[in-house]
Design a protein around this ligand. Structure first.
Ligand SMILES: NC(=O)c1ccc[n+]([C@@H]2O[C@H](COP(=O)([O-])OP(=O)(O)OC[C@H]3O[C@@H](n4cnc5c(N)ncnc54)[C@H](OP(=O)(O)O)[C@@H]3O)[C@@H](O)[C@H]2O)c1
Length: 343
């Protein structure tokens, strides 16, 4: 266990940042709450007695250095990540500490690999993008499903969310991504990210029981199209979303998530169904849980724990499935996530 170590959470007073701070505390780490707004940091500290706060905006490298000073790792929860990723990674590289983020912006995730892979590897540094529900969990499941396969023809990651009440950060990140791709949609096919102008297909996906067959938007492309092919040789990676959840997240008047239990989790449930195919064979891994924002905290904190205790397989920029032992990581997420698949 790496507990007792200090970990900076950048964007600590955001919806996801708060879950991460709570998870760190619960696991015996000492979180340092960082972010750009001093008043919001003070309000968070008032609600979380004993929490140290450090104000830093991303255009102030000295303040970022101070926010990371003396800490063992940084978790970046401040999105849109198109703006925050590079400055916080630069600060982590200067501090010589690992960097983990929860970015679900395909372009920002791809930029992290493109811009930092060489430098991070040369420095022996660890940078893990998309260590979250989107991008992280699907990659862990796909990697676990692959088992001893070194390549596959296709990976399909289907999301059944009971609803999707997006945070302001999710909406802002979606808007930035849409702008960056000129309102076109993006798919991963033929071994690369490609833009499309046509409407995505609607089809039926048969989820494991009791969910069963559901209408999904096909090519509802999520961060898994960056993380999965970053280390698995799979030329076709597709993600799917149940139509009701897709409608929720796109509608302008859908409310933000409301706490429904003592941990502050919403009542939203999720099922992630991952299928990899090679030749005529198919392998599957499935995960279930509650609240995609809340569950991001155990994913990110488990990652930091493993990095700080040397339970990693590589250095440089690496996704969850590449750097961690995927089945072992998934087992460690219990009771937050239950999963079935090759163990
Ligand atoms: N991959 C996943 O599954 C996953 C899961 C959870 C969250 N996320 C992503 O994480 C991000 C945060 O989500 P959330 O739910 O926590 O949203 P949120 O409650 O709206 O919080 C957003 C946080 O980002 C900060 N922020 C935004 N722009 C910033 C900037 N330029 N400089 C510094 N801080 C900035 C905000 O600070 P201010 O209040 O000062 O603006 C706030 O702390 C989103 O991009 C979301 O998509 C991804």
């Amino acid at each position: 266990m790496a507990s007792g170590q200090t970990v900076t959470v950048y964007g600590a007073y955001g919806h996801t940042g708060r879950f991460v701070v709570a998870e760190l505390r619960e696991r015996g780490f000492v979180p340092i709450a960082a972010g750009r707004d001093a008043e919001k940091l003070k309000a968070l500290a008032a609600a979380e007695p004993g929490l140290e706060i450090r104000q830093a905006s991303v255009d102030d490298p000295a303040a970022l250095d101070a926010a990371l000073a003396g800490t063992a790792a940084v978790i970046n929860c401040a999105g849109p990540f198109a703006t925050t990723t590079a400055p916080v990674i630069e600060a982590a590289l200067r501090a010589g500490i690992p960097y983990v983020d929860v970015a679900a912006e395909i372009e920002a995730n791809a930029d992290t690999f493109a811009h930092f892979a060489d430098r991070a590897r040369a420095a022996g540094a660890v940078v893990v993008p998309a260590m979250a529900f989107y991008g992280g969990l699907g990659d862990l499941l796909a990697t676990a499903a692959m088992g001893d396969w070194s390549s596959a023809d296709e990976a399909h990651i289907a999301y059944a969310l009971s609803s999707w009440h997006p945070t302001a950060g999710t909406r802002a990140s979606g808007a930035v991504s849409r702008q960056r791709r000129g309102s076109r949609r993006i798919v991963y096919t033929g071994g690369r990210l490609t833009h499309r102008d046509d409407a995505p297909p609607t089809l039926e996906w048969t989820f494991p029981e009791p969910t069963g067959p559901r209408a999904v938007i096909g090519e509802f492309t999520m961060a898994d199209v960056v993380t999965v092919p970053s280390h698995l040789s799979i030329p076709e990676v597709r993600t799917y979303m149940t139509v009701e959840a897709a409608r929720d997240v796109l509608a302008p008047d859908t409310p933000t998530p409301a706490p429904a239990d003592e941990r502050g989790r919403s009542a939203q449930t999720f099922l992630v169904d991952v299928v990899v195919r090679s030749g005529g064979s198919e392998r599957r891994a499935v995960a279930r849980g509650q609240d995609i924002y809340a569950v991001t905290a155990p994913l990110a904190v488990e990652a930091v724990d493993r990095i700080l205790t040397g339970r990693t397989r590589t250095v440089g920029v690496a996704s969850a499935g590449e750097i961690f032992d995927a089945p072992d990581f998934l087992r460690a997420l219990s009771p937050h996530i239950t999963w079935e698949g090759p163990r």
